[in-house]
Design a protein around this ligand. Structure first.
Ligand code: SAH
Ligand code: SF4
Ligand code: F3S
Length: 467
């Protein structure tokens, strides 16, 4: 298949960098160092996008600060996955009327997944007059142009036209950490799970060229990064839109050929496309973390069909069993939705039995939230809210017990961990599987891999000893 993805040309990106210089001039003329605050909601994809937004702001002369109070620019990078996420954004956006009153020059922008929904844009236009600009994920690379327009004209501006999506290489990026990094390998999603808004707000699936990804990883590793997470809504369909003849397992293999001491992990894997080849590739390299986030969403094959997930309970279990057979120490995590429209009490019990069978290290649990425009939002949903809450609480209780048990089984083991920070009198580290370990040690150890013996545990973290 030929590459139909639109790649933003170098010339267009240079135009945006020229806008950055123009903005810099605006502030030089006023003899001020402007301040910018970026608030991020949602998943790692948004975290990675915020690093680019900060990169563009720094390029435009801004210093990044940690609060909206007093900032000249505030950017809210939003998530649309559930109603609760959107309500939080609207609440916090409303509160910005006060910071703007105290600092009238403040320019406020809303971007991210919520900005990809027309009804949200209309609501902002109508009811949030203090918001100066809105841009959807497709227009992130044009943020300098939008900011420039708002600054120089004072007019509210919108870059929200819907499109299949493109790839922009070379946007400056201000990374949060020198030790861990996100690397997007693809954008968008083609799966259209019936409950999910992502394909509507992030466009069609498109893969970055492998050479660009490998070069980025190489630069990061040479700069001292020790832990890289490859990002995509479904990394297992990497490369299908390219004509490189390379799938995700091939890409992983190429990346781990980069010399150095580091770990590669990735998310998210769609179970439909998770292959034995992928698990074999993971098993064969000590540079690939033995961690797999494999969302199952429901333990009922009927519900999975209604969700348009393209696998059933049996196929899912078969894949998990194979993965565990080639990686006995695999740390498995997952996402699950309770209360999908029409989910019966028996079907919910199938979800419980699946988690008991698989025994995940931890789970991200969600109550179904109808998203306007998705098929599931108009499906008949007769289960009362109280019953959904009851199912949710039971699910969490069952999982907590499993997590606690699995954690207690770590005690006595010695594991290779990346020491990644401090927390009060403790150092913190992550096991290869991403579990948090606290222990006493010299702060100079931060940034190194070390063998840590686990001496205690609770539901959420492990206690260790470094000798
Ligand atoms: N691309 C990833 C998931 C991204 S969204 C994948 O397919 O695995 C993260 C999680 O949010 C999903 O796995 C799902 O469990 C949850 N989610 C998505 N839409 C939801 C909705 N409408 N209501 C409740 N949970 C939802
Ligand atoms: Fe949403 Fe499904 Fe795509 Fe994941 S695979 S982002 S759940 S549509
Ligand atoms: Fe939310 Fe968008 Fe991620 S909807 S979960 S921020 S892809």
């Amino acid at each position: 298949m030929s590459n139909k993805t639109t790649v933003i040309s170098k010339e267009l990106l240079e135009q945006q960098l020229a806008f950055c210089n123009h903005i810099r001039q605006y502030w030089l003329d006023r003899d001020t160092t402007p301040l910018a605050y970026v608030e991020t909601y949602g998943c790692q994809q948004n975290e990675a996008d915020s690093e680019k937004i900060r990169g563009l702001l720094i390029e435009s002369g801004y210093s990044i600060v940690q609060e909206a109070e007093g900032a000249d620019v505030v950017v809210m990078n939003t998530c649309a996955i559930r109603e609760h996420a959107e309500q939080r954004v609207f609440g916090n956006l409303g509160a910005l009327t006060h910071t703007k009153r105290r600092h009238p020059g403040q320019k406020i922008f809303l971007c991210g997944c919520m900005a990809g929904q027309d009804h949200v844009v209309q609501r902002i236009k109508k009811s949030y007059p203090h918001v100066d600009g809105v841009f959807s994920t497709h227009h992130l690379w044009q943020f300098p142009e939008l900011l420039d327009r708002v600054l120089y004209t004072g007019k509210r501006s919108y870059f929200v036209e819907d499109e299949p999506g493109s790839i922009a290489e070379g946007i400056p990026q201000q990374r949060d950490s020198g030790l861990k990094a996100w690397v997007s390998i693809m954008y968008g999603c083609n799966n259209f799970c019936t409950y999910c808004i992502v394909p509507y707000v992030r466009g069609r699936e498109r893969s970055r060229k492998s050479a660009d990804i490998i070069q980025e990883c190489k630069n990061l590793i040479e700069a001292g990064v020790k832990d890289i997470t490859l990002l995509g809504q479904n990394v297992n369909s990497y490369g299908k839109d390219l004509d490189e003849g390379m799938d995700f397992a091939d890409l992983l293999q190429k990346i781990v050929e980069i010399p150095g001491e580091y770990l590669i992990r990735f998310m998210t894997s769609h179970p439909r496309d998770a292959s034995q080849k992928l698990f074999d590739t993971m098993a064969a390299s000590n540079k690939i973390a033995k961690q797999l986030h494999l969302p199952f969403q429901s333990g009922s094959s009927r519900v999975l069909k209604a969700m348009n997930r393209h696998y059933d309970r049996e196929a899912y279990l078969e894949k998990v069993n194979y993965a565990k057979s080639v990686m006995p120490d695999l740390v498995l995590t997952s996402d699950v939705i309770v209360g999908f429209p029409g989910e019966t009490a028996e079907e919910f019990e199938e979800t419980i039995s699946l988690i008991q069978q698989v025994r995940y290290d931890s789970l991200f649990t969600f109550i179904f939230s109808p998203r306007a425009g998705t098929p599931a939002a108009s499906m008949e949903d007769l289960t009362p809210k109280e019953e959904k809450n009851r199912r949710f609480d039971r699910l969490c209780a069952v999982q907590n017990e499993i997590s606690e048990q699995i954690h207690s089984e770590y005690v006595g083991k010695t594991l290779r961990c990346l020491i990644d920070g401090t927390d009060k009198e403790f150092l913190t580290a992550r096991t290869e599987g991403g579990r948090l370990v606290r222990f006493h040690g010299a702060p100079s150890l931060v940034g190194t891999f070390a063998e840590i013996t686990i001496t205690g545990s609770n539901t959420w973290s492990l206690i260790g000893e470094f000798k």
